[in-house]
Design a binder for this molecule. Sequence first.
Ligand SMILES: [Zn+2]
Ligand SMILES: [Zn+2]
Length: 373
Amino acid sequence: MTGSGALLRQCPLLLPQNREGTAYEGFVTAQGRDFHIRILLPMDFQLKNARIECSWHLKKILRGYQHILKQRLHSCPDLVSFMVELKTILEIALKNTQDLHIPRPPEYYSCLVRDLEILGWNKVAYVDTGLTTIKLKAEDSCGRQHLMTLKLNAKYPTEPPDCLVDFPVQFAISWMPQNSLIDIYNQFLAALESLKEFWNAVDEVDGKTWVLEPENPTRSATTRKIAIGNNVSVTIEVDPLHPSMLPECYFLGADHVVNPLRIKLNNNMHLWDPEISLLQNLKDLLEIDFPSRAVLEKSDFAKDCGICYAYRLNGTTPDQVCDDPRCGQPFHQACLYEWLQSLPSSRQSFNVIFGECPYCNKPLTLKSSVKKL
Ligand SMILES: [Zn+2]
Ligand SMILES: [Zn+2]
């Protein structure tokens, strides 16, 4: 597994606690200090449902950054990339907590107030009482509202502020000591402009189809699970830098419905036209019309699990279905796993369990949609 090697390189002190790779415990290092941490992943390895247990000390340092951490849990594709983000956020947080105790020279305040005046107070959404955290707002050319949080250290403007944004890509600013907030703001506007096509594409999907996951997509979210029909969906992964290209598509549903869609996607791939919208391209390639928000309710697609009778279970949704065309009952992966494990007639081969559907008794396999770490 290449993934676990990468994790070991990034966080040599974070070790797996079980064979399944769902529990990790150890230390994360930032600024030469080690902090105790435990990470528990759900059965389906979905990071957004991970539980993170920190020591009280680490919790105190990360106070005020929970929102960003949550955002990163939603947008990171795997544990390794999340740990990289966590370390970056921790570095910023540590720097800022140490920095808070350094008295700021009068020039800090005069420079900052002048910078804010040049920028215009109408672009300021929030300033804390100590003048160390500033939130700036901006509207992109398509009318979307965005926020940028700046954390200023005592050496401002010799050192640049840390900028935190809700982007699907890294936002690194270029800074020189003679620069001011308006330079950062202009870089923010330029970045918004460069991401415009991406947000246009996902906004159209969000507005015109039933997006099952994520429930409330952030501006950094690049995946969408779109309902196609009852218990059938496609998850797309849009490249934020190339939003007009064919995204990665993963179908979910019974074989007899999903296989024809896969074939259409393969056969029609050459029809993809970067000049028209992503949603229209998907419709053309799959030769379908996505169920419209105007006509149908979300509950028409979000069918409960046939074992626990709930839709959401620890943050997961039913993502396994019986392949029998007359049954098609959906289940949570965790519920089906437990069910099949308890049956003496089930057998397991590597990551696949063969058993019977609890509803129609037809043969059923628990497909491993599990991402390897
Ligand atoms: Zn269930
Ligand atoms: Zn069945």
